[in-house]
Design a protein around this ligand. Structure first.
Ligand SMILES: Cc1cc2nc3c(=O)[nH]c(=O)nc-3n(C[C@H](O)[C@H](O)[C@H](O)COP(=O)(O)O)c2cc1C
Length: 251
């Protein structure tokens, strides 16, 4: 059955060029614990308002907090908590929206890292929380060079390794570096698949939809760079692909 959540025709038109950050960002895990100035936090809020949603009708909210805890924790002066309402598609929507923030942080020399198992400890009202981003000034550099990315060969995630938009997905972060995306190019369409994780990883890690949204964010930003429109439709009726779940179509 075809599951359609939204049919946006997205043209990313935010003020800051996020494309260069795709090839230099990294997960930062060592922070200067001094808090950022209030003006910087206000600027972050304004930047989020300017980002493009994956699905305009999927509502996401966010808040800052200073205390979270969980496995694979990283100490940072600030955390952003992204929340939803339980709507279908909100995990990839959160990945898509807040990866724009992760790239914006990189462009601003601020470090960040997604935290998949951490929970806000400043409130008990965390049921609708989706994901945490730790951020702040880093000790050392917030950037790296292309040769420092650890990724599977690009041929493992696509049949079109020369496509610059797919190359941008190849550099995207994912939980436990699972890189769950497969992008199969057919003319001007791209069938998007999500890798079925195998046990024990599949038991420990449930955030692949967020990773899919993060990958789509990199694709959309590379489209903007190339002067192309980006349109994504969730579609679970794609032809079967062994080891993968159908995810959607980029047109
Ligand atoms: C959804 C998600 C959850 C993540 N959770 C954690 C985490 O709990 N702790 C951590 O140190 N890194 C976490 N990461 C960072 C990944 O480990 C990292 O993105 C991946 O290893 C690739 O490295 P890179 O981001 O430096 O390119 C997470 C990333 C994503 C996208």
């Amino acid at each position: 059955m075809r599951e359609r959540i939204a049919l946006p025709n997205i043209v990313m038109e935010d003020a800051m060029d996020l494309y260069p950050s795709i090839a230099q960002r990294k997960s930062c895990r060592k922070y200067d614990m001094r808090p950022l100035d209030t003006e910087v936090l206000d600027e972050i809020a304004r930047a989020i308002d300017g980002f493009e949603p994956l699905y305009p009708d999927v509502a996401l909210t966010w808040r800052f907090t200073k205390k979270v805890k969980g496995r694979f924790h990283v100490d940072a002066p600030h955390y952003l908590i992204a929340s939803g309402t339980g709507a279908p598609g909100e995990m990839e929507a959160a990945g898509f929206l807040f990866e724009q923030l992760a790239l914006w942080f990189d462009a601003m020399d601020i470090g960040c890292v997604w935290l998949g198992s951490s929970k806000d400890t400043e409130t008990t009202d965390t049921k609708q929380d989706i994901i945490v981003l730790a951020f702040g000034n880093v000790e050392g550099s917030a950037h790296r060079t292309l040769d420092q990315f650890k990724r599977v060969p690009i041929g493992d995630i696509t049949n079109a390794p020369d496509d610059t938009c797919i190359q941008a997905v190849h550099l995207a972060p994912s939980g436990m570096n699972t890189q769950p995306w497969y992008l199969e190019k057919h003319g001007d369409k791209v069938f998007v698949y999500e890798k079925k994780l195998k046990p024990p990883l599949s038991l420990a890690y449930k955030l692949s939809d967020i990773d899919m949204g993060i990958g789509l964010c990199h694709y959309a930003i590379a489209c903007k760079e190339a002067g192309k429109n980006f349109s994504f439709t969730r579609d679970t009726s794609l032809p079967n692909k062994q080891g993968y779940l159908p995810f959607g179509i980029i047109e």
